[in-house]
Design a protein around this ligand. Structure first.
Ligand code: ADP
Ligand code: MG
Length: 419
């Protein structure tokens, strides 16, 4: 069948032909199909059978354009090949944190996957002030396992090079290169400035040569440090949670890139959640401080958990293989030093990527709900001055911040230091 853009009625006929779907849903005579409607790029449907409403699945189809903009923004539908591949690879490594792919049809750019029925989008949960006891533990484990196993530390040199070649995702990488690393740092037409954000502050950032250089360095790293298979868009809206589970969805931006990229994006989104609580918790009539402490504790635990697990996986792998990346180290100290410096370098990269993410979510095209939903323009701008200031500091100081506690202190100081 040639590629067809499916709708609710044509999708029902399609699903009746897929054995794994009929096996899961049972009676296929009367299906309930709803379009979720909150995806930016794709069409996502929830499907269940009226005869057996408890069984349910998700269908995601990529059309040859961006859903939010329409046909005016063409975009390869083959992004769903990248998403299906990444869901399968990450799912094999972390089945408890990735929805299971039940069926993939490359010709239709269509993925059918496990529905996370009792889970909420993490960004929405954080806006509501909810806590998730396993969040940092689960996400740090996910990051360590996925990022380690895609790298040369685990794969054979040849397999790694093949993997880089087979996972090229040029059009989606270009979106990141433009919208994360380039346009927000100049007065670009695609930028969207919130109404009360002072133009002088925007211009100050755009005219700061050191900041422009730092952003360009991060862009270069993103384009050239093909260290591991990234999720590529790991913000808090790509995480679904409840009190016991954590799932990472939507890896259509997956590509080979720097080890610090995914952790950096998550850190930036936790920092944005932290800074925006001065609005959201006050609106709920609460003291923001306890929840803000919890959010920063998550960021700390996320980084520490990731770096410890990554080093443990590395050690275990080399013990098992009986060979090390740096060859036969006669003295343990050279190996220890290499690993320490390696993780230190991932950390400064992560801080740089976090800085870019904070700035691009404030000045660039794509916003985050915890800030963009603040109806009072002055209150929104007050938070945005902080996200910009923290982003700038992380980018400029990324080589001098020596541990996560210093980064968390910087977030606290940024919150306090502005009006
Ligand atoms: P897009 O790539 O268009 O951004 P997403 O993959 O983020 O689409 O999905 C859009 C929304 O659909 C998510 O925010 C979530 O609410 C819902 N969704 C996506 N996948 C699942 C899933 N496996 N289970 C439950 N809900 C899902
Ligand atoms: Mg997406």
């Amino acid at each position: 069948m040639d590629f067809t853009s499916l709708n609710i009625s044509t999708l029902a006929n399609y699903l009746r032909t897929v054995p794994s779907v009929t096996a899961l849903l049972g009676d296929m005579d009367a299906l309930d199909i709803v379009e979720v409607g909150d995806g930016n790029l794709n069409y996502v449907y929830f499907v269940s059978s009226q005869a057996n409403p408890r069984a349910s699945l998700v269908v995601k189809q990529a059309l040859p354009y961006m859903r939010l903009v329409g046909e005016g923004w063409p975009l390869t539908r083959h992004r769903s090949d990248r998403e299906a591949h990444a869901l399968r690879q990450f799912g094999a490594l972390c089945p408890q944190h990735v929805p299971q792919v039940l069926h993939f049809d490359s010709a239709q750019s269509l993925i059918i996957m496990q529905r996370l029925s009792h889970h909420q989008n993490l960004r929405k949960g954080l806006i509501q002030g909810l806590r998730y006891p396993f969040l940092a533990q689960h996400l740090s484990g996910y990051l360590a396992r996925t990022l380690f196993h895609g790298s040369d530390l685990y794969l054979g040199a040849d397999a790694k090079k093949q993997a880089v070649a087979q996972t090229i995702n040029g059009e989606l990488c270009k979106i990141t290169e433009d919208l994360v690393f380039t346009c927000p740092f100049e007065d670009h037409a695609s930028n969207v400035y919130s109404p009360a954000l002072p133009r002088t502050e925007i211009e100050r950032l755009h005219n700061n040569p050191a900041l422009r250089v730092a952003a360009a360095q991060m862009k270069w790293a993103f384009m050239n440090q093909t260290e591991t298979l990234l999720h590529g868009d790991l913000h808090t809206g790509s995480v679904m949670v409840n009190q016991t589970d954590t799932y990472v969805i939507d890896p259509e931006f997956a590509c080979y890139g720097p080890l610090g990229f995914d952790p950096g994006l998550l850190l930036a989104n936790l920092f944005t959640a932290y800074l925006s609580q001065d609005w959201h918790r006050l609106q709920a009539g609460e003291d923001p401080a306890p929840y803000q402490d919890w959010l920063l504790a998550q960021a700390g635990d996320l980084w520490r958990g990731f770096s410890e697990s990554f080093l443990r996986l590395w050690q275990e792998h080399e013990d098992q293989a009986g060979a090390g990346f740096m060859g036969c180290a006669r003295d343990a100290s050279s190996q220890t030093l290499f690993r320490q410096q390696f993780v230190r370098r991932i950390f400064s990269d992560a801080l740089g990527f976090a800085g870019c993410e904070l700035i691009r979510r404030t000045l660039g095209l794509a916003k985050v709900a915890e800030v963009a939903s603040i109806p009072d323009p002055q209150a929104r701008a007050a938070i945005e001055l902080r996200t910009l200031s923290l982003g700038e500091a992380l980018l400029l100081q990324r080589h001098h911040i020596i541990n996560i506690d210093q980064a968390l202190d910087l977030a606290r100081q940024t919150r306090r230091s502005l009006p």
